[in-house]
Design a protein around this ligand. Structure first.
Ligand code: MG
Length: 396
């Protein structure tokens, strides 16, 4: 059982494929091939790293660093504006972006006063509004109280009296209200509904109601997603609070390790005091590449296949693309050439320890290699921590 920010990250992953896509029943499959980390996870880790090292990094620096490392995490428009602004800028937004990332404050603060002050500080760069700051504070304080043994009644009373939240709505009533609101497809209503769903105040209110009526960690994130709105963010907020209250069962963490990149997991381990090891397998949906992820793909001897030929014949483009995360290996038609290319790749992987190499099943589909030949040729990749592979090489 873990009480920590992993609870928020699991919520993000479970909700990622259901954002604005309501599920039809509460017993849905928690993790699928479409599940992935999103901005909620990347920025939760940004705030967490700042919390661990506040003397040396500012929150502004940490948010920018992680957003630069993970440019495709699905940031909201106001956060993108923040990334494009000069360092030290403070932007106003009343949306839920500062709430979804705040969990580490609740887990690491030593007093409730410190929790309030740090939650404010974590929100200010991109969400400098009364509404967003208070929502971040309410979330962090709920986590702080839960992790220190407060009952649900005490958490509810504290949030209602200190933050002017109304948590009296039963979960089913709330869910029905949201469902009915979605049925009116008029432009005006859609906009109002969107604001309702991504607003900081309402997001926290809904996540708290899911938490208060849930019966376990898993039940709470299911209820947050089942509301049918900004599912990843709702489940990240509710999941952080539920993790502080119930703890997250190890079996659930084991199911999500495949989705969490090693650098993110490292920060999670430091905050939560755990020692989870990153998966060796390439995540099912590798679209949230960081700057350090390099995809290895195949082409033929003359490199006339696919995009590789384009980038080879346009070296400057190739270079640019490579920096964004691609590598090339040419699969020649002679075994000698092939072995040379693989040896070169191996050296690149050994030298590029700061990079994460994604080795797909290259050469098998095109008939260049049998599965056995592929496994023999790339067996070395299993020994390198920074090379991610598919089930084929893992022999699964
Ligand atoms: Mg998200």
């Amino acid at each position: 059982m873990t009480k920590g920010i992993i609870g928020a990250i699991i919520g993000d992953i479970a909700g990622s494929s259901r954002e604005m896509k309501p599920v039809s029943r509460e017993g849905f499959k928690l993790f699928t091939k479409l599940s992935t980390i999103t901005d909620d996870t990347v920025l939760t880790v940004a705030v967490a790293e700042w919390m661990l090292d506040r003397k040396r990094v500012s929150i502004d620096q940490s948010l920018r660093k992680w957003a630069t490392n993970y440019p495709h995490a699905g940031y909201g428009s106001s956060f993108k504006r923040f990334c494009n602004s000069a360092p030290g800028t403070s932007l106003t937004s009343i949306h839920n972006g500062a709430v979804m990332r705040v969990s580490s404050v609740g887990f690491l603060a030593t007093t409730i006063e410190e929790c309030m002050a740090l939650a404010r500080e974590s929100a200010v760069p991109s969400h400098n509004s009364k509404e967003a700051i208070e929502a971040a504070q309410a979330t962090a304080v709920a986590i702080f109280l839960a992790r220190n043994g407060a009952t649900k009644e005490a958490i509810r009373d504290h949030i209602e009296s200190h933050f002017n939240y109304d948590l009296s709505r039963p979960y089913d009533t709330l869910r029905e209200e949201l469902r009915v609101a979605r049925t009116d497809r008029s432009q005006a209503n859609r906009e109002a509904n969107h604001e309702r769903v991504v607003g900081a105040y309402t997001s926290v209110q809904d996540a708290l109601i899911a938490f208060l009526c849930g019966e376990s960690y898993e039940d709470v994130i299911r209820k947050a997603i089942y509301l049918g709105g900004d599912a990843d963010t709702e489940a990240a907020i509710a999941g952080g609070i539920a993790a502080a209250y119930y703890g997250v069962p190890d079996e659930i963490v084991e199911q999500v390790l495949i989705y969490i990149p090693s650098d993110i997991l490292e920060v999670v381990n430091r905050v939560d005091g755990t020692s989870w090891r990153a998966s060796k397998q390439i995540p099912p949906k590798s679209l949230r590449w960081s700057k350090n992820d390099i995809v290895i793909y195949a082409s033929d001897e003359y490199d006339t296949k696919g995009e590789s030929s384009y980038y080879l014949t346009h070296p400057s483009r190739f270079h640019r693309h490579y920096n964004e995360g691609y590598a090339l290996i040419i699969l020649g038609d002679t075994p000698v050439l092939l072995e040379e290319q693989v040896a070169l790749l191996r050296r690149k992987c050994e030298d590029g320890k700061h990079l994460r190499w994604h080795l797909h099943d290259i050469g098998i589909e095109s008939g260049m290699l049998t599965t056995e030949e592929f496994r023999a040729l790339f067996a070395w990749a299993l020994e390198l921590d920074n090379v991610l592979v598919t089930p084929t090489l893992l022999n699964r």
